[in-house]
Design a protein around this ligand. Structure first.
Ligand SMILES: Nc1ncnc2c1ncn2[C@@H]1O[C@H](COP(=O)(O)OP(=O)(O)OP(=O)(O)O)[C@@H](O)[C@H]1O
Length: 263
């Protein structure tokens, strides 16, 4: 895997929201993060530290007050067509079948139904949804719904896939199965996606899946520590990754303690 070429980057982005109490809340302060070709980067950090805000900026869903977001050198200012997002809550359309949910982005591009069917054939098999095309989201388990979420995101062949706690609503067995399937798809070379950025609270999940884990620092409101995970994924397990899981968990704990003291 080559990591030289930057695919996605946040350059000194800042964001202040006006909270429900009408007071400004600074969430990001000149934060920067570059994601390289072939990289799976995970953002960890305490609740409210701005992880999802940064992820939504990468998708073009939130505009920074200052700073820039670039996808392959092009400024992202609006919802980006080449970027797909998967949400914790699945965010499926309940009035559409599994197939139509997955095809939604392609239908929006006005592609002919036969071409859409051709494009989706392999994907349905890849994500384990073959035979479920006519089902309704309400008929599916959480794991299967999230498979639809992944398939819908991948159907448009995004350059970048953004994952906002995609496994956290699932039981641990379903989550592990889906994580393994995503890893298989990601490393299979069958998708054209160049980089994945995930937000999670689960340190073990981050270490098992990522090439690099970064921590959003709630005090500086920037990306703080970074950990490169060099061990090949197929050789990683809970035991041989225990030291790095502990180190990152400890660092995270320290950051939370520091920011709680400051507030
Ligand atoms: N549109 C908005 N309007 C006002 N405040 C917002 C908005 N979006 C986010 N916030 C606030 O900004 C802060 C950071 O939110 P964000 O969702 O980015 O954090 P997070 O690190 O992803 O948190 P969590 O881990 O709990 O999901 C929070 O205090 C949140 O309430």
């Amino acid at each position: 895997m080559t990591h030289q070429q930057v695919v996605l980057s946040a350059k000194q982005v800042s964001k202040t929201f006006i909270g429900e109490n009408k007071l400004p809340k600074e969430v990001l302060r000149s934060a920067s993060l570059s994601v390289y070709q072939g990289e799976f980067v995970t953002i960890l950090g305490q609740s409210g530290s701005g992880k999802s805000t940064l992820l939504r900026m990468f998708a073009g869903l939130i505009t920074p007050d200052s700073g820039m977001i670039y996808l392959e050198g092009n400024l992202i200012e609006d919802p980006a067509a080449n970027v797909s997002m998967v949400f914790q809550s699945y965010a499926l359309y309940p009035w559409l079948t599994v197939y139509d949910n997955i095809a939604f982005g392609l239908l929006a591009q006005d592609l002919p139904p036969a071409l859409i069917a051709k494009k989706l054939e392999g994907l349905l098999t890849l994500v384990g949804l073959k035979g479920y095309e006519k089902a309704w989201p309400r008929e599916l388990s959480g794991g299967m719904r999230q498979r639809v979420g992944f398939a819908r995101a991948l159907a448009v062949e995004p350059k970048v896939l953004l994952l906002d706690e995609p496994f956290s609503a699932l039981d641990i067995f379903t989550a592990h199965k889906l994580q393994a399937d995503l890893m298989r798809i990601w490393t299979s070379g069958k998708i054209n996606t160049k980089a994945i950025v995930m937000v999670t609270h689960d340190v073990e999940e981050a270490v098992m899946m990522s090439d690099r884990v970064v921590i959003m620092d709630a005090s500086s409101r920037q990306i703080g520590d970074e950990f490169v995970i060099n061990k090949p994924r197929e050789q990683r397990n809970k035991h041989n990754m225990a030291a790095i899981i502990d180190e990152i968990g400890g660092r995270l704990y320290d950051k939370i303690a520091i920011s709680q003291q400051a507030s």
